[in-house]
Write a new protein. Structure first.
Length: 225
């Protein structure tokens, strides 16, 4: 399982580098100024961690802690078309230092541990033709989220996606404030145990089709390069 996860992450990384290496000429904005097509955005913010329902004799729910996030997005802008708007594609990495808490059934002690969460997404976003200083857009993405508890508990990589709204406020033709609000669910596989402890052999069993609903609120500086 771990080898498949590493191979999947390697495919994501190779695809991202290939997309960013594709030659794209400088593009003109709505004001006619030429701007570099590539964009880099370091960002930070806050995540609502969500929970996961269990089909487990000892524990009923796994809670994923809320907390701060940070990350990096690397994107390529598509040349805007008059009357159509502007679009971009990007690869985004988001990291959170979180906690994992197992809420027990009656008569069972609760469990909690520290955990790192890393999300790797391919995103696309689109902004319709707009006038004025504020540039709004919709964003959607697909990828994977990796949950890595500390200690002897095994990591878990899940398919995840994103849907949200964003806005940019330009300071200069090459620098803008970028803010976003996104829903980032990850879908747990109900077959077999998850977060297994290698010392005790204990695993949790996720309820069938149960998602981990997470929400991110972030802000960063988008720089055209």
């Amino acid at each position: 399982m771990k080898h498949r996860h590493r191979r999947f992450m390697g495919i994501l990384g190779a695809g991202a580098l290939g997309a960013l290496a594709w030659p794209v000429p400088a593009m003109a904005g709505s004001d006619g100024q030429r701007r570099p097509p590539f964009e880099i955005t370091p960002f930070g913010g806050y995540r609502l961690g969500g929970s996961l329902d269990l089909n487990d004799p000892s524990y009923r729910t796994l809670e994923f802690g809320d907390g701060g996030v940070y990350g990096l997005a690397l994107g390529v802008h598509v040349e805007p078309v008059e009357g159509v708007g502007e679009a971009a594609v990007e690869v985004m990495w988001t990291h959170q230092e979180s906690t994992l808490k197992a809420l027990p059934n009656p008569g069972v002690a609760s469990l909690s541990m520290n955990m790192n969460v890393d999300q790797f997404h391919f995103n696309g976003y689109y902004g319709p033709p707009q006038k004025g200083y504020l540039r709004t857009y919709v964003i959607a993405g697909l990828g994977a989220t990796r949950f890595s508890p500390t200690g002897n508990v095994g990591s878990l990589s899940l398919f995840s996606w994103a849907l949200g709204l964003g806005a940019k406020v330009p300071f200069t033709p090459r620098l803008a404030l970028r803010v976003e609000a996104k829903w980032d669910p990850a879908l747990a596989n109900a077959s077999g145990g998850i977060f297994c402890n290698s010392s005790t052999g204990q695993c949790f069993v996720a309820a069938s089709g149960s998602p981990i609903n997470q929400f991110d609120f972030t802000a960063g500086l988008a720089l055209r390069i």
